[in-house]
Write a protein that binds this ligand. Structure first.
Ligand code: 5GP
Length: 304
């Protein structure tokens, strides 16, 4: 009965957006309270697709469903691998249940190959150059800093923690010779610098798991963006979503992710790829490998 009431609530939230109180709404998702437990929330994926900080916008039928299903497929695999997650469980085609977190306002990017903005910061490096050691970058989400008197000439800058403070760099300008355009004396996690290391480690572990999952699908995960939060128990968890908007995946020499949309691909083609990726991530499972140890018997050592 309880379960039924919750499904009715979720269904009503989906069909009547004004029905449930909205805790937060972004370009591609809506967060609503979970009536059963205030430490949890319902996350809904929308049919919108955006690029270039919202300057390019479109929508297609199925996007919300593909995004929700892909995120749930990915988080189920990560949960099986022991990554601490805000994700709890899939509710239905457009919703999942997750922990309410205090979000840490950094976009954490992990790269196996040089693509996208990395190429503009490092123009001497060829596209698809492989990094044997994963590259981790932090981009500060500056939108929430507006109104705090902090001048932000360019949003979501590359962030580097140094002895002088939090250095901000233009993300689409060569990094060599670039001086930070701003050095923040106060920035998120300033009082908990060890968390930067912890986040970088967890982001790399997550990348390695998904890189292997994509290899089994004959595709290359070349980079991704993840976000972290602190849950109500004070624990660091991987939060937000990981869907086809958040990574670059190459198969047969083609991107099969949002890059096609950024590059001006037809929306039908984009929709087809999102559907394909939803099915592929549905096959992500933890392989049941066995480690078998043979012990020599004592008599093997006796020379006759
Ligand atoms: P780049 O910095 O090369 O543009 O992006 C690196 C990776 O992060 C890519 O996989 C890209 O899809 C992802 N990414 C960068 N910015 C965003 C963003 O604002 N939202 C999402 N969902 N992913 C992003």
């Amino acid at each position: 009965m309880k379960k039924k009431l919750i499904s009715i609530f979720v269904f009503l939230c989906a069909i009547i957006p004004a029905f449930g109180e909205i805790l937060a709404e972004g370009k591609t998702k809506i967060v609503r309270p979970y009536p059963e437990d205030p430490t949890l929330a319902i996350f809904e994926s929308k049919d919108d697709i955006t690029a270039f900080n919202g300057l390019k916008h479109d929508a297609f039928q199925g996007k919300g469903e593909f995004a929700n299903q892909t995120t749930c497929n990915v988080f189920r695999l990560l949960a099986d691998c022991g990554i601490p997650l805000a994700f709890r469980k899939q509710l239905d085609s457009h919703h999942f249940l997750g922990e309410m977190c205090q979000m840490i306002p950094y976009e954490v990017v992990v790269r196996r190959e040089a693509h996208g903005s990395y190429l503009t910061r490092h123009p001497s490096i060829e596209k698809e150059t492989v990094f044997p050691k994963l590259v981790v970058e932090f981009f500060l989400k500056t939108r929430n800093l507006e109104g705090m008197g902090v001048p932000i000439p360019r949003h979501d800058p590359l962030f580097q923690l140094t002895d002088s403070g939090g250095e901000l760099f233009l993300p689409e300008t060569p990094i060599e010779g670039q001086k930070p355009y701003l050095i923040l004396s106060d920035f998120p996690l300033k009082d908990r610098p060890a968390l930067f290391e912890e986040i970088a480690l967890m982001a790399k572990q997550t990348f390695l798991i998904l890189e292997k999952a994509w290899q089994l699908e004959n595709a290359r995960l070349v980079d991704f963006k993840v976000e972290f939060g602190i849950n109500s128990s004070g624990k660091l968890v991987l939060a937000d979503v990981i869907d086809n908007d958040c990574w670059r995946v190459v198969q047969n020499g083609q991107y099969i992710d949002k890059q096609i949309f950024r590059d001006g691909g037809a929306i039908d083609k984009v929709a087809e790829l999102y559907k394909y990726v939803t099915a592929a991530t549905g096959r992500f499972t933890l392989p049941c490998n066995q480690l078998i140890l043979w012990r020599e018997s004592e008599s093997d050592h006796v020379l006759k």
